[in-house]
Design a protein around this ligand. Structure first.
Ligand SMILES: Cc1cc2nc3c(=O)[nH]c(=O)nc-3n(C[C@H](O)[C@H](O)[C@H](O)COP(=O)(O)OP(=O)(O)OC[C@H]3O[C@@H](n4cnc5c(N)ncnc54)[C@H](O)[C@@H]3O)c2cc1C
Length: 352
């Protein structure tokens, strides 16, 4: 519960003067993600605590090192929640880390990602300037919205020190229907069911079973159960938590874990690799000894992108490679915000 922003600014200034790279770290829960990190540790975990919470305005502002688990507890007291269901990774993940790594849980297609919930940020840029972008209301941007550029940048564009996030009320009722089907049938069903005006909040397929989570007003949930039928899943909250936290048995073991973000109706990968479908088919987790090139080829054919999420070679590229114009844009943005390249060099791409 401390504000150490001044100390963080000093550390940036010192690193800049010495041309020494910094490895930004929140709770240290995502060291497995991105490319292998290098540089002097810059620890944000102490920079934590709620700056402001207005339940009636559905907005919370926290220091970036605040643990998601703590934010959830505070919101829970007001029957509110984070819309994008970020993983807590054994309670260590911070809200700043969720923004930097762009992590969202099963509700993402219905309630939006961290990017959609973000109202404003404060960041320290590579010149040691502590800047504010956006604010605490939706309509708050004049010019480019640089708070959202932080989303998924893996700390390469600055040190996130503070975030204002839109929160939502918890649903009145939540229940999960489950039915048996194979992957191809699941994809067809997911696309068809997601088109219907029903209170869906998560759709996942794994191990030959399709899971449909319904959240909302009691009457809307009950009428959908009556209309769709299917078996009610017991201990459903545990199941969805395992999907959100990637602790479901599918994620066990050291086999490389690929994350494919694709068009929901894309056909199955077509090999024997174990697959888990989330986000109504738009997110496909694949366990396979494969190459980024092969995964990119499939993802592009499915109008999407691939990344090596966990395990495998973390010294090569792990994120979907960019076209030359996009790469040049990234480099210009990096040069504007971090001219000396001190923040997380090489963590996102080898060339950034
Ligand atoms: C008449 C009018 C009055 C307005 N009045 C207000 C007002 O009073 N208050 C207010 O808050 N807003 C107001 N707005 C809206 C505000 O100007 C826009 O919402 C804001 O400028 C758009 O920012 P954005 O980045 O979300 O836009 P987007 O539509 O997301 O982006 C615009 C373009 O910039 C690109 N872009 C966006 N971000 C980046 C980035 N980080 N790096 C590179 N490229 C990027 C996008 O790809 C896109 O091509 C007004 C708009 C209009 C038209």
């Amino acid at each position: 519960m401390t504000d150490i922003a001044d100390r963080l600014v000093d550390q940036v200034m010192t690193a800049r003067a010495a041309s020494r790279p910094l490895m930004i770290r929140g709770g240290g829960s995502k060291t497995f993600m991105g490319r292998t990190a290098t540089g002097e540790a810059m620890d944000l975990s102490e920079h934590s605590g709620v700056v402001d919470y207005s339940p009636s305005e559905l907005v919370i502002t926290v220091r970036a090192g605040t643990r998601i688990a703590d934010v959830r507890r505070i919101l829970d007291e007001q029957s509110q929640m984070l819309p994008f269901e970020p993983p807590e990774y054994e309670g260590r993940a911070t809200l700043g880390g969720a923004l930097a790594a762009n992590t969202s849980g099963p509700a993402r297609p219905w309630r939006g990602s961290v990017r959609d919930a973000l109202l404003g940020t404060r960041i320290i840029n590579g010149k040691g300037e502590h800047l504010r972008f956006g604010g605490v209301v939706m309509k708050n941007v004049a010019g480019y919205d640089l708070s959202r550029a932080q989303c998924g940048a893996m700390g390469s564009l600055g040190v996130i020190t503070e975030l204002s996030i839109r929160v939502i009320p918890k649903p009145e009722l939540e229940t999960t229907l489950v039915q048996e089907c194979n992957e191809a049938t699941a994809i067809t069903k997911m696309v068809e069911l997601c088109r219907q005006p029903r209170p869906l909040s998560a759709v996942c397929w794994t191990g030959g079973r399709l899971y449909l989570r319904l959240s909302g007003a009691e009457q809307a949930v009950a009428s959908t159960i009556g209309y769709w039928g299917g078996e009610l899943l017991e201990r459903a909250a545990d199941f969805w938590r395992q999907i959100q936290e990637q602790t479901h048995e599918f994620f066990e073991g050291e086999m490389p874990l690929w994350r494919l973000s694709v068009k929901p109706s894309a056909p199955p990968l077509g090999n024997d690799a174990p697959v888990l479908l989330d986000w109504g088919g738009a997110l496909r987790w694949v366990r396979a000894e494969s190459s980024l090139t092969a995964m990119e080829r499939y993802a592009v054919s499915a109008q999407g992108q691939a990344s090596l999420y966990r395990h495998g070679d973390r010294n090569g590229e792990v994120y979907h490679r960019l076209s030359p114009p996009l790469r040049a844009l990234h480099q210009r943005l990096k040069a504007a915000l971090d001219p000396d390249g001190i923040f997380n060099p090489g963590r996102l791409y080898s060339w950034l």
